[in-house]
Design a protein around this ligand. Structure first.
Ligand code: USQ
Length: 404
């Protein structure tokens, strides 16, 4: 299949490109290095340097023999989108080309409008380009479990049957995002659903949870093929951050009460979910939605696991609750369905101690590169004092609870 990957430089885009070529597909990637630019502006680099796409494409061809076509440019510009689609004429498009960070989207007005403009314009351009140049192409859109928020009822897989005053109908499951980034993903879903109804396009929306890990079958131990590994407060996801913090001797930053529960998956499973969705597409005029994760953990549970494995490896891992920089429920009900991808044939990789040990071993190679200032940035001058008071209050509450 001719597959176009939008956002091919990213944490997931690049490993997806290698994986799909290794499975026999003809792949092109597109990127404008937005994430690299934003990380540079915020002074939060990844754990190790990642070669640019020209170098990665060359390296992948030299180790595997597989070619990847490359387009560098901005997908918010229609002329560029037209050129790419007319040149490559994809049969499927994997759309990762979005500003992917919830905390970045909440930084300030500039970050908010950049997230809105980039994410929504790219999605709209993709839809219009499919209609104009390849109306049968299947769009695989990376959505997020965070679109649903944390409702006090079970989360279904995309849709909800509602009975109201004796009549029944099926609707998109209610969305209530917890960040502007997540809200752009809700808007993406609405746009796609609208054009599925209007133009009979063919779409899979993958509602993904936070991803962890580095190794995929294609990277093996070739470090120059590893994806970005951000561990900073803006672009790092929680488990990757905790492993880096443990290696650096930095207490694990549990935000607030730590009961925030999410659906997690290994990066290897992301690649398999995307490939299975591509190889078993929906019908024209169908919006198919899968909840893309394999197991749920609270932040406290992740912290305990990282601490246990890190200590077994000879580290002295401390856990330190910090005042939550986000506005989110810290204790809540969470029971999302996730059977669709298993039915397509997904064989999950679970978070075992061995998987964590492998992450620790890679991160330890780059221990000297860890910039502690990027782990938890004090965004205002009173932040250190506030953090100190917060920790002391939490300790006093725990003592009082024990005493009672
Ligand atoms: N958290 C901590 N301590 C930290 C970092 C995070 O307690 O040091 C907590 C957060 O407050 C949150 C949870 O861990 O409750 C997950 O945070 P995260 O940074 O790993 O994930 P999030 O910001 O939600 O976003 C990530 C990806 C995003 C994707 C999303 C899936 O950056 O692209 O869409 O995971 S989901 O979370 O299901 O919406």
């Amino acid at each position: 299949m001719r597959i176009l990957i939008l956002g091919g430089d990213g944490y997931l885009g690049w490993p997806t490109a290698m994986h799909l070529t290794a499975k026999g597909h003809d792949v092109a990637v597109v990127d404008n290095y937005l994430r690299r630019r934003l990380c540079g502006e915020e002074n939060v680099g990844p754990l190790f340097d990642v070669p640019n796409l020209h170098e990665r494409v060359g390296l992948w061809e030299s180790v595997s023999g597989y070619k990847i076509r490359l387009f560098i440019g901005d997908l918010t510009e229609w002329e560029f989108v037209r050129e790419v689609l007319q040149t490559f004429t994809p049969e499927a498009i994997v759309h990762y080309a979005e500003q992917p960070s919830a905390p970045y989207s909440m930084l300030n007005r500039r970050a908010a409008t950049l997230t809105l403009q980039n994410n929504l314009t790219v999605t709209a351009n993709v839809i219009f380009a499919v209609k104009e140049f390849c109306p049968h192409a299947h769009i695989v859109k990376l959505g997020t479990m965070g679109e649903y928020g944390t409702p006090n009822i079970d989360i279904e897989e995309g849709w909800l049957e509602v009975e109201h005053k004796g009549r029944r109908d099926k609707f998109l499951y209610p969305r209530q995002a917890g960040s502007l980034y997540h809200t752009t993903k809700v808007m993406d879903t609405d746009l796609l659903w609208f054009y599925v109804r209007m133009w009979d396009i063919r779409v899979t929306d993958l509602m993904q949870g936070p991803v962890y890990g580095l190794y995929t079958d294609e990277t093996a131990d070739e470090e120059k093929l590893f994806p970005f590994f951000n561990y900073d407060e803006l672009f790092g996801t929680v488990l990757n951050r905790f492993v880096v913090q443990a290696v650096a001797g930095y207490p694990l930053t549990i935000y607030g009460k730590g009961g925030q529960t999410r659906g997690y998956l290994n990066i290897k499973d992301t690649l398999n979910c995307v490939r299975l969705s591509l190889e078993l597409p929906p019908h024209a005029g169908e919006l198919r939605i899968f909840n893309q994760f394999v197991e749920t953990f609270s932040v406290n549970e992740l912290g305990e696991r990282v601490q246990r494995v890190g200590n077994r490896l000879g580290l002295n891992v401390q856990v330190r609750p910090v005042e939550n920089p986000r506005k989110e429920a810290e204790e809540h009900y969470y029971n999302p369905a996730h059977t669709g991808l298993l039915e397509l044939g997904l064989k999950p990789h679970y978070l075992t101690d061995e998987v964590l040990e492998q992450m620790f071993r890679i991160v330890e190679r780059y221990r000297d590169r860890i910039n502690e200032k990027a782990i938890f940035r004090n965004l205002c001058v009173f932040a250190p004092l506030r953090q100190y008071l917060y920790c002391r209050t939490q300790q006093t509450i725990s003592l009082l609870v024990e005493w009672r």
